[in-house]
Design a protein around this ligand. Sequence first.
Ligand SMILES: O=C(O)CCC(=O)C(=O)O
Ligand SMILES: [Fe+2]
Length: 286
Amino acid sequence: MGSDVEEIAREEQDVPTYAASIPVPNVQEMVKGDPSHIPERYVRNQEDMPKTTYMKSLSSKIPVIDLSLLSNGHEEELKKLDQALKEWGFFQVVNHGVSERVLQEQKLDWSDALILVTFPSKFRRLKFWPSTPKDLKEIIETYSTEVRRVAEELLGSISFIMGMEKNTLLTVHKEMIQALRINYYPHCPKPDEVLGISPHSDASTITILLQEDDLNGLQISHGGEWVPVEPISNALVVNVGDVSEIWSNGKYKSIEHTAVTNENKARISCIISLPTMSKLDHWIIW
Ligand SMILES: O=C(O)CCC(=O)C(=O)O
Ligand SMILES: [Fe+2]
């Protein structure tokens, strides 16, 4: 296995990434430490600085687009959008229907998450995988390989009941990507006031979740109610993701779910998601 790991690490340059980044200090912390000092690495040459002249008249010309008019096919507004795209490449959107509460007070989840891509193995970025506990890499390797087999069998059966060849869904995945997400929900003194994870549906084809035997947390929306998924010892919880809802023309539903926290005990859930990768190498995971 050692040589496999090295091979995988060598191939890391193929891993799609949002943007290259170098390790940098946390600026907020830096300012907290010494608000008056600007390290040399941050100080620009004067000629590189944008010559900003505050032109109120020009600023007020940056287009403002009314989304509600666009949605109604308002001709003038569509023209305005066309102009904005051609002349400015920037615009502000108003009447977008996102409530002020959501914009200003988006609540955070009472949980931490570790997300790793496990398959194909060339996408593994091993340097970000935790080094403790000691056997974690091997455990992840074994678990994700086993779950991959379960996922392949499930996709085979789902293809079959959709009236297709057994390997159809597997084939449309092309290179089957698998991502692992480990959620840690600390115990919470006021579990009624927080959510472990906000209600959402998964963007995957299917998601396979392992939860602890003796602790409820996962709740799913069914018939207008939130229904706890009582753990069955050694069972894996599987849910339909958005991709399957689309592939089945809405016959199979990607159901909203959430996780609640517990006053006395922390909970861990381990999720394997099968996302798809479009031609654009754009990842849809969670
Ligand atoms: O922890 C759970 O039970 C749910 C987690 C979940 O839905 C997710 O990570 O997408
Ligand atoms: Fe989920």
